[in-house]
Design a protein around this ligand. Structure first.
Ligand SMILES: [Zn+2]
Length: 286
């Protein structure tokens, strides 16, 4: 069960890191109501880390701490935990209600990439409309859980993937037979980085890939023509022997064997000093 949850969290966090640029340590804005729901014995930081599947930096806003102070000695233990968190300056001169303060700090786009840990159902519902805001809370059984990515989050992620796909399609235009797929590999790697990154211009080598082009051969000397013809015949025989679905290794091996044969033949012929005038009409192999 626990293992299954970790797997689900990993998948969810991957969405936030790939599509929204989240990085460890994850900055978790902890609301005072989460701290009040905390079982005294448990380690809140450890639980937050489990939810985020990585290192976390718990933070608390001035207003949320203020709300704890107001409750006085009764919640001293919780206040002490809150004091160990990094204080997020919200600059609300007159302290706001925690929900209002957190809504303001997170803003409409969560540009600072916060993770929200809050119990308030109304706050969680309202902020689930913000794409790329992971939300954590205690479930009724007292387990700290990460909510599944919201519809807004998934929608934004899908839109980003689609635009990346189109960008990739643009790039692949003009690629012939997969010969010059130089830019394609680099797109694949950059696409996994932040989606906000603007499409960068890539310089691509002009002309065909030099590795896929055969070297220019010197003009054939007369006696070589005969050999050429033999080679062509050999290649044709090779092709006819080649069967569908044959392994690449086997093919290559056969080709090597055929080449060896041709070489041996050539050596033999040149030894014999045989030359021929015919074969002018023989098509030369490229
Ligand atoms: Zn505030």
């Amino acid at each position: 069960m626990r293992h299954k949850r970790a797997k689900t969290y990993k998948r969810a966090i991957a969405i936030y890191t790939t599509a929204f640029g989240f990085r460890t340590p994850f900055q978790v804005l902890v609301s005072n109501d989460v701290l009040l729901a905390l079982n005294r014995e448990s380690d809140i930081v450890k639980q937050l880390s489990a939810c985020c599947q990585g290192e976390v930096k718990p933070m608390i806003t001035q207003c949320c701490v203020e709300a704890l102070y107001k409750l006085g000695k009764e919640v001293q233990a919780v206040t002490d935990i809150a004091k160990t968190f990094e204080r997020r300056r919200c600059n609300h001169r007159t302290p706001l209600e925690s929900d209002a303060c957190l809504t303001d700090v997170i803003g409409s786009t969560n540009k600072h990439r916060y993770v929200l840990a809050a119990q308030s159902k109304s706050l969680r519902t309202a902020l689930s409309a913000i794409p790329g805001l992971p939300i954590i809370h205690f479930n009724p059984r007292g387990v700290l859980v990460l909510s599944p990515p919201s519809h807004a989050t998934l929608k934004t992620k899908d839109a980003q993937e689609e635009s990346r796909r189109l960008e990739g399609a643009d790039l692949l235009q003009g690629v012939q037979d997969g010969e010059n797929v130089i830019g394609a590999g680099s797109t694949a790697t950059t696409s996994s980085s932040t989606a906000a990154a603007a499409p960068t211009k890539r310089s691509r080598a002009k002309g065909p890939n030099p590795l896929s082009v055969k070297k220019k051969k010197a003009a054939p000397v007369e006696h070589k023509r005969e050999e050429k013809r033999e080679e062509v015949q050999l290649a044709a025989a090779k092709k006819s022997r080649r069967k569908r679905g044959k392994g690449l290794v086997k093919q290559v091996r056969e080709e090597m064997a055929a080449e060896d044969l041709a070489r041996a033949k050539r050596a033999k012929e040149s030894a014999e000093g045989r030359a021929s005038e015919q074969a002018a009409e023989t098509p030369l192999e490229e």
